[in-house]
Design a protein. Structure first.
Length: 352
C-alpha cells in the first residue's frame, strides 16, 4: 500500500520564504531614488515626419533669447547688453544688428531688464524701478516712459502699444497674480485667483507666460507641476489643463533666511519652456516618459504638443541637441519653430 504524501505544507512554507525574501527588496526598490528617477508613470506618442526641414545660423557670442517676432522677423535680445537687438528674417539669411537708445542719465542692471518685442514697438521693463518704456523699432528714438507702477514683475507680455500683462507677487494674499496694465489708466486690473497656491505662493506658482497675438490668447505653464492655463487677454480663464506627467504637486522645499523665503533644495522641474501659435501649444518637457529610451532622451530635447482649443495632448517629437546644448529659448510661428541652442538660432519646419 502506497501512503499518500501531503505536499501542501512544504509548498506553502517555500512560497512564504520566497515572498518574505523578495518583498522587502521590491519595496525598497519602489522607494529608491533610482526608481523614481526613471519611472514617471506616463507615455508619449512619437509619430514620424514631424520635423520636415531645418535651417540654422550661428549667432556667435550673443548671450541671447528670443524677445519676439513680427510677420517676417525674429528678434533676439541680449542678457548682457539689453540695448543691443539682433534681427533675423524667417529664412535665417538676412541679419541686422540694432542698438536701442535707452533713456539718458539712467543706470541699468542688465539682469533686471526685460526686453520684449511687439512689432512695430520694443518694450523694456525695468524691474528695479518698476517702469515700462516703449520705443519704435524703425526709428532711432529714445525709449519713452509709459508707466510707473509700485510692484516688481517677473513675467510680462505686451498686448498692444497701450497695454501689457504682468505677473507680480501680492504680499497681502501671499500669492503671484496677473495684472493688466493700461499705460493711460491709473488702475491695475488684477486677477488674484488664477494661479493656484500650493505651498508658498511664490515659488510654487512660478512659470512662463506666453501670448498668441493672432488669437488674442495667453498661456501660462507652471515650472514645477503638470498644469497650464489658457486665458483670454482680459485674464478670463478659458480652461485649466494638465501635461502628460503625474506631478500634480510642486516638489519644492522653502525656508526663511533673514525674512526672505528661498529654495532650500533644487526643485523638481517639470516644464522648461513653452510657446503657442494657432491650434498648437508646444511644451519643452523636463521629464522622460516610461516608454522612452534613456540614451535617445539624453541626446534630444522632447517637445510635447497640445491642442490649444481644449488642452488635450496630441503627440511628441524630438529636437536633437546641438553640441550637447539643449533649448534655452523658443518661439512658435505658425508651423515654424525657432530655437536657441548653444551658439545657434535654428528654424524647424513642422508638420503639426
Amino acid at each position: 500500500m502506497i501512503n499518500n504524501i501531503n505536499y501542501t505544507k512544504p509548498l506553502v512554507r517555500l512560497f512564504i520564504c520566497i515572498l518574505t525574501g523578495i518583498l522587502p527588496v521590491f519595496v525598497l526598490y519602489l522607494r529608491s531614488e533610482d526608481f523614481h528617477r526613471n519611472k514617471n508613470s506616463f507615455y508619449r506618442v512619437f509619430p514620424p515626419h514631424i520635423i520636415l526641414k531645418t535651417n540654422s545660423i550661428n549667432i556667435g557670442g550673443i548671450d541671447g533669447y528670443i524677445a519676439g517676432q513680427s510677420s517676417n522677423t525674429v528678434y533676439l535680445g541680449n542678457y548682457e547688453n539689453p540695448s543691443d537687438l539682433f534681427a533675423v528674417n524667417m529664412n535665417l539669411r538676412d541679419t541686422q544688428s540694432l542698438h536701442l537708445i535707452f533713456p539718458d542719465s539712467r543706470k541699468y542692471e542688465a539682469s533686471l531688464i526685460i526686453l520684449t518685442i511687439d512689432s512695430p514697438y520694443a518694450f523694456i521693463i525695468d524691474k528695479l524701478r518698476s517702469s515700462i518704456y516703449r520705443c519704435p523699432l524703425i526709428s532711432k528714438d529714445t525709449f519713452k516712459l509709459m508707466k510707473n507702477y509700485r510692484f516688481s514683475s517677473s513675467e510680462s507680455v505686451a498686448l498692444s502699444a497701450e497695454s501689457m500683462i504682468l505677473k507680480t507677487f501680492q504680499k497681502k494674499i501671499q500669492n503671484n497674480i496677473f495684472g493688466k496694465v493700461n499705460y493711460q489708466h491709473i488702475s491695475l486690473m488684477d486677477s488674484a485667483n488664477i494661479l493656484e497656491k500650493q505651498i508658498d505662493g511664490f515659488f510654487c506658482t512660478d512659470g512662463s507666460l506666453q501670448i498668441d497675438h493672432q488669437a488674442n490668447r495667453l498661456l501660462y505653464i507652471y515650472f514645477y507641476r503638470n498644469q497650464f492655463i489658457y486665458m483670454d487677454t482680459n485674464l478670463r480663464v478659458i480652461y485649466n489643463a494638465k501635461t502628460l506627467d503625474t506631478n500634480t504637486r510642486s516638489k519644492i522645499h522653502v525656508r526663511t533666511v533673514h525674512d526672505l523665503e528661498i529654495l532650500a533644495a533644487p526643485p523638481l522641474l517639470v516644464n522648461k519652456l513653452a510657446s503657442i501659435s494657432g491650434k498648437s501649444i508646444l511644451i519643452y518637457s523636463a521629464l522622460r516618459a516610461d516608454n522612452e529610451d534613456k540614451d535617445k532622451y539624453r541626446d534630444n530635447c522632447v517637445i510635447d504638443v497640445y491642442e490649444s482649443k481644449d488642452g488635450s495632448y496630441r503627440f511628441s517629437f524630438y529636437i536633437p541637441r546641438i553640441n550637447n546644448s539643449g533649448i534655452s529659448s523658443l518661439i512658435l510661428h505658425g508651423k515654424q519653430l525657432f530655437t536657441i541652442q548653444g551658439n545657434s538660432l535654428v528654424r524647424y519646419d513642422l508638420n503639426i
